[in-house]
Design a protein around this ligand. Structure first.
Ligand SMILES: [Fe+2]
Ligand SMILES: [Fe+2]
Length: 396
């Protein structure tokens, strides 16, 4: 098994890091990639106003999730007391993955000072050294090549230089200067930027109750796993189309869709805490069902943290179960979630057709399919879903 160890300050992680990580995984055929945020870098102190350990771990986790399912954040250096020596990390990696072939990935800056690291020969004995330039320009590549030869001569270390085809010429230092001025977000993965906004890091002071659509997207994306993003984007697309077709407020439906699953990955305890904090009442079934809980806690955050309207609140609140006498917005979000372009089940085409021709019949179809599925799985159907079925049948 080939494992990449990608260390750095990641202060903050940006699109340059992302392009490098993806290139390395592909070029080296890595099975796993460990993103290792440095606790206390041995070479230079972390700059002033660097976010604390908890935030740096969270940023690295979000960043790793954006690279792909084979990447994860490994907090070994954040947890280890004292300065973060790479040789210790590689030793820990050898214990954790005794059979693995290790690749140590580093940016050009780190590579060019490699000989001044703590025990460089031991580092190179434990892992293959891999570096990449930032700009992809000839001058930089020549500099890396010269340094590779120097390390080979001095220590007999054979390094790999990668070129990143879609390299992004930006540094964390530049970003730390740009972000407080409201610039630089285009250099960050959306989910990372959303986290910075949500937590007010690097001098960002956004009013969470008045975020524009794009910032709201980033914040929502920062709260869920990357694999859920296609579904959230699809739901937004579908909700907007449905709003246009049935005369609902497009902007409201868009924002409801962006936020509808934002608490999907929270723990039960966290759902319950959010609902308690904002006075959302839960019945016995909701308390014990994670699938039902995310609609309640998500609605609470939409209204009370992000300042969305009562209509958005209710659309999210009932997007999983439906309810008797659903409002237009509730029906549209329920359907958008059900038929967005990523969805694939035998009846989906028929439901998509109905969604734009006979709204109530489309919602009824969704409700009936859900009831059928619950019955097949021997699960109790929520009373709101049964009420939805009854009231839609009456209307049909
Ligand atoms: Fe949901
Ligand atoms: Fe959803």
């Amino acid at each position: 098994m080939k494992i990449g160890i990608y260390g750095g300050s990641f202060n903050p992680p940006h699109l340059g890091h992302l392009a490098a990580a993806r290139t390395a995984v592909k070029a080296l055929g890595l099975d796993l990639l460990q993103v290792v945020p440095a606790g206390v870098p041995p070479h230079k102190a972390l700059p002033e106003h660097t976010p604390d350990k908890g935030h740096r771990k969270a940023m690295a986790e979000i960043f790793a999730d954006q690279i792909g399912p084979f990447a994860q954040c490994w907090d070994v250096e954040l947890e280890r007391p004292g300065r973060s020596f790479t040789v210790d990390t590689l030793q820990a990696a050898a214990v954790r993955w005794p059979e693995a072939e290790l690749y140590l990935l580093m940016g050009a800056d780190m590579f060019l000072s490699f000989q001044s690291w703590y025990q460089p020969e031991e580092v190179a004995r434990r892992a293959r050294i891999v570096t990449f330039g930032r700009t992809g320009q000839r001058q930089e590549l020549e500099q890396l090549q010269a340094h590779k030869e120097l390390l080979d001569k001095a220590y007999g270390i054979d390094c790999t230089i990668l070129t990143i085809p879609d390299g992004v010429d930006v540094s964390s230092t530049q970003l730390r200067q740009a972000l407080p001025k409201g610039e630089g977000r285009q250099w960050l993965p959306k989910a990372v930027y959303g986290y910075l906004v949500r937590e007010g890091l690097y001098g960002l002071h956004a009013d969470l109750r008045h975020l524009d659509d794009e910032t709201l997207r980033c914040v929502s994306y920062s709260m869920v796993r990357a694999k859920r993003l296609p579904h959230i984007r699809g739901t937004e697309q579908e909700a907007v189309r449905l709003a246009q077709r049935w005369g609902a407020d497009v902007e409201e439906m868009r924002r409801a869709a962006i936020l509808h699953d934002c608490t999907k990955y929270e723990s039960v305890e966290r759902h319950l805490a959010i609902c308690a904090q904002y006075g959302i009442e839960l019945d016995e079934m909701e308390r014990s069902g994670e699938k039902l809980l995310h609609a309640k806690s998500g609605a609470a955050l939409a209204k009370y943290v992000f300042g969305e309207s009562q209509r958005v609140f209710e659309a999210i609140l009932y997007h999983t179960t439906g309810r008797g006498d659903m409002t237009l917005e509730e029906k549209l979000l329920y359907l958008a979630d059900y038929i967005e372009p990523c969805r694939d089940f035998p009846e989906v085409e028929e439901m998509r057709r109905l969604a734009y021709t006979d709204l109530d019949r489309a919602v009824l179809m969704g409700v009936e399919l859900s009831i059928q599925e619950m019955v097949e799985r021997n699960r109790v159907v929520h009373p709101n879903t049964l009420d939805a079925e009854q009231s839609l049948r009456r209307g049909a």
